[in-house]
Design a protein around this ligand. Sequence first.
Ligand SMILES: Cc1ncc(COP(=O)(O)OP(=O)(O)O)c(N)n1
Ligand SMILES: Cc1nc(C(=O)O)sc1CCOP(=O)(O)O
Ligand SMILES: [Mg+2]
Length: 211
Amino acid sequence: MTQLYGLYGITDSELLPNDETLLDSVQKALEGGMRILQYRDKSSDTTRRLRQAKALVALCHQHNAVLLINDDVELAKLSGADGVHLGQGDGSPSQARAALGAQAIIGVTCHDQLELAQEAAAQGADYVAFGAFFPSKTKPNAKPAPLELLHTAQQEINAPVVAIGGITVDNAHQVIDAGAQMIAVVHALFAAADITAQARAFNQTFNRIED
Ligand SMILES: Cc1ncc(COP(=O)(O)OP(=O)(O)O)c(N)n1
Ligand SMILES: Cc1nc(C(=O)O)sc1CCOP(=O)(O)O
Ligand SMILES: [Mg+2]
């Protein structure tokens, strides 16, 4: 079973606009050691979303990686994905659990608010996500979150903690040192010239030897 730890890649339909670039880029990230992926396509093209989600499930499973679906519990169920990532407007973790079953991985966006994470964990979320820790190219208007929140969350929340927002190979150590078990990355991973090397570099940040 895949651990909820390390690099957590998130796809972006603007950066990866067609099936070929999506699957090719994800394959490269998997070759670099990414074991958690979220399919994030905010469009209403249901045919494309189902086709791409199913293809990503197959590809991720070939590499012992998990595929989570952003926003959409129904798509997670139809595609055979391993779980779902819920924003604050995307339904509750308990509703998602009822739809997807006990084995499903359910993550919840908590912005900069510890209370949202407490609520999500109490409802059975498998991880909680805070952000944005740095200025994000993908979501420039995301509300900033302070690094200290990760320290507090690690101590007080009974679920693994994800950090998101503007994370790069250069700043990843800041959120990891502050308590993040996973780093969720769009641009610095999927816009990289060498996605495999970049995925490897992100995961190495977790393994680096302390001075
Ligand atoms: C791991 C992770 N954390 C946060 C988000 C953001 O979710 P949300 O606030 O619902 O925003 P959208 O991604 O739906 O635009 C995420 N997707 N993944
Ligand atoms: C989807 C998303 N949610 C955020 C939040 O703060 O909740 S930041 C973000 C975008 C993350 O992309 P990048 O790694 O390119 O900054
Ligand atoms: Mg959402």
